[in-house]
Design a protein. Sequence first.
Length: 95
Amino acid sequence: MGSEAATSAGIPALDKIVVVVRTGGKGVLQDVGNCHGCTKAIVDGIVDAGVIPDDKPEHLRWILYAAPVRDKEHWIEVTVHDASAPIDYSFLHDE
């Protein structure tokens, strides 16, 4: 699934990336630390799609987790940023 999502999103091959994971859902929100459970599969899909050669530290520079938000449905959003270029981290601030 991760590979198909990365491919359909048209993410190009990159040398170094930063991955940002955001989640939302209803009911009791999970702790930020619990968001990491699905990330390995997501990163493997990014590698399988050819975005980075492998998930070693020289290619996967950071994984950032945003605090979950309350929403009507459960969802996960993964964004891939080119770590070789300046990254605008303003999205990390609360709205």
